[in-house]
Write a protein that binds this ligand. Sequence first.
Ligand code: CTP
Length: 432
Amino acid sequence: MKKVITYGSFDLFHEGHYHLLKRAKALGDYLIVGVTTEQYDESRGKLNIVDSLDKRIEHVRQTGFADEVIVEDHPGQKAEDVQKFSIDIFTVGSDWTGAFDYMKQYCKVVYLERTKNVSSTIIRTQQYPIIRIGVIGSGRIATRFVPEAKYVSGVIVNSVCNPCRNSAEKFSERFELDLATDDPMVLLDAVDAVYIASPHETHYGYAKQALESRKHVLCEKPLAFQKKEAEELYALAAAKKLVLLEAIKTAYCPGFVQLVGIAKSGAIGRICDVEACFTRLADKKRRECTDIKYGGGFTEFGSHTLLPIIKLMGTDYQELRFDSILGGNGIDLYTKASFVYENGMALSKSGVGVKSEGQLVISGTEGYILAESPWWLTQYFEVRYEDPGKKERYFSKFLGDGLRYEISDFVAMIQGHQNRAFKFTAEESVAI
Ligand code: CTP
């Protein structure tokens, strides 16, 4: 019996997939089809899968060509599978020509001609009109946003607004945008959504203006400085059926999502304490160290350190105490925020003028999780126990600057996939 194997995401199942499977089956007697998990696709930079794994498997089955369907969830699995299943022929579409020549050491490799003019990407684009995003603010973080948005299908950054028109124009030239303006209303007229990356104190005003103009909002942290302002923004978004997300990128990256999942799974028993630290010595002349009202360590990094605390210990703390070391100009150089919960505690340490070990430690009744610096770009963490020999290591991809993950979730939610909202809820954002 000649055994054939092929792999794919098979998202939004289309005739290209059907023809490929039909010809793959015809190459032999028994066809195994590997369907990728969303996590695996994410780790190789494919952030836009629409159909669930279940649905994609079902579509493959319905063709009647697959004798067996397996799940592909890690790099290197293809080589394992062909040996494990004694495969004679490995096949994929011609868009992969050459990419799998290394499989020739195990079996025959056949690249089948790809069906022209159809792909999941094309269907995604037709099904969901391209979302035009305007960037408000053109500083450091905004320059990272535009290149990252290119990795997410379904969006285009087309415009920029800055009260300093010259800065907007420079930014627009650099990133080849269609529009540069100093008037937010002009930008709002040209977009479906905005990314707010302006100075902290302007976030609330711009977010409100955008929501009132019926535009979705992805807003840099902190979303607002007052709880009632944040509540007002989320209420406005809900009333107008718009997506409002606070852009704490850690919340959306796969490694952090996994860390939260494992912490909540009971792996370390009951969670009793979360300690999170993020410090970065800032240039004394920069805004972080000179803006008495909106600069300082806690405003800068507190959103990061509060994220694991609020996600794991909840929003319902009983006491909260701040202790800060201030600079000569009154700036917050270093701040400890200590929380007391009914059944636990937490500590956030942030600073721009004091350096400390940037780690995240989640302590439980059975063990603890340690994520070392830079834990906020979560790529690696360990679950440790009383017995030092019993240690579990978790690795995850964090591609590029990591903004692509929040952009991908923002886009998916605009397209109606609300199941992504659990990563960072409105309630958690308001609490922060
Ligand atoms: N395929 C094909 N013809 C097409 C599209 C895909 O033969 N028009 C093949 C691919 O070469 C691959 C398999 O179908 O062997 C599964 O491809 P997948 O990546 O899931 O589909 P695409 O439509 O290419 O997806 P995307 O646009 O997301 O890359």
